[in-house]
Every structure is written in structure tokens, then in C-alpha cells.
Design a protein around this ligand. Structure first.
Ligand code: ATP
Ligand code: MG
Length: 137
């Protein structure tokens, strides 16, 4: 079955949105197969976001991701990679539709509370980066 990597970023954790976000994935019907709270190092954040290393916001983004606890998760189910991103909404919360996580709960692109893998290969790589195989149930 298809799996994707989802993370609640430090702003989402700090704002107390863990239960709200998990509940949206659960109610949709997806299955949680791994979960842990972790404060990533800046180097780890740089590895996670390596595709964006040439963007002007890369340094600030990695500082932010490593600024506090991140709730790292793996979710499983049919179409979960693509549909998970649909639940999340578009990158800029100002452009996210109401009803999506970012549309309902976030305001600015630098504090958009959640990450989701953007394709099958990214999902595989991100799951392997954040979790040991033994942590997946
Ligand atoms: P994520 O990878 O976090 O799920 P995404 O796939 O919607 O988000 P990406 O293009 O991968 O968007 O960008 C990764 C993150 O970088 C975004 O979630 C956002 O926090 C930040 N970011 C993207 N564009 C900008 C920008 N123009 N200014 C500041 N931060 C940005
Ligand atoms: Mg992305």
C-alpha cells in the first residue's frame, strides 16, 4: 500500500494543532503507521529540504524547521501521497482553499504548519530519512 511522509512543523506543534491535523487524516480513512516527536538538527533540516538549497528562503526555512519539536509521521492508504497534499492545501496559505489544513489554520507561507511528500520517490526518501524500518508498524 502507498505510504507518505507527513510532518507537523514547529509552528503547528507549538500552536496545539496536533490533534486537529491527525484527526483530519484519520477521519479521511488513512492509517497511521509511524509517529514520533523530534527536534531535527539544522543539518538534518538541510538534508530534508535539499531540493530547495538554491532558493533564497532555504536558510530561514531550515532554521525554522530545526527550531523546535516536529511531529514526524508516516500515513498509509490508497492515493495518500496526492490526496494528503490535497488535505494539506497549497504551499501559500493565502492561496489554500478553505477546508484544507493550511487554508483553515495558517496565514503565511513561512509558517504553514505542515509538510507532505510531493511524490512517490520523495515519499520513499523522506520516510527513509526520518524513520528506521523497525519504527513502521
Ligand atoms: P512542504 O515541502 O513543506 O510540504 P510544499 O511542498 O507545499 O511544502 P515547497 O516548495 O516544497 O512547498 O517548499 C517547502 C517549504 O518552504 C514550504 O512549505 C514553505 O514553508 C517554504 N517556502 C516555500 N516558498 C517560500 C517562500 N516564497 N518564502 C518563504 N518560505 C517559502
Ligand atoms: Mg515540498
Amino acid at each position: 500500500l502507498e505510504r507518505t511522509f507527513i510532518a507537523i512543523k514547529p509552528d503547528g506543534v507549538q500552536r496545539g494543532l496536533i490533534a486537529e491535523i491527525i484527526s483530519r487524516f484519520e477521519r479521511k480513512g488513512y492509517k497511521l503507521v509511524a509517529i514520533k516527536l523530534i527536534v531535527p538538527s539544522k543539518e538534518f533540516a538541510q538534508t530534508h529540504y535539499h531540493d530547495l538549497k538554491d532558493r533564497p528562503f532555504f536558510n530561514g526555512l531550515c532554521d525554522f524547521l530545526s527550531s523546535g519539536p516536529v511531529l514526524a509521521m508516516v500515513w498509509e492508504g490508497e492515493g495518500v501521497i496526492k490526496y494528503g497534499r490535497k488535505l494539506i492545501g497549497t504551499t501559500d496559505p493565502q492561496k489554500s482553499e478553505p477546508g484544507t489544513i493550511r487554508g483553515d489554520l495558517a496565514v503565511v507561507v513561512g509558517r504553514n504548519i505542515i509538510h507532505g511528500s510531493d511524490g512517490p520517490e520523495t515519499a520513499r526518501n523522506e520516510i527513509a530519512l526520518w524513520f528506521e524500518p523497525s519504527e513502521l508498524v
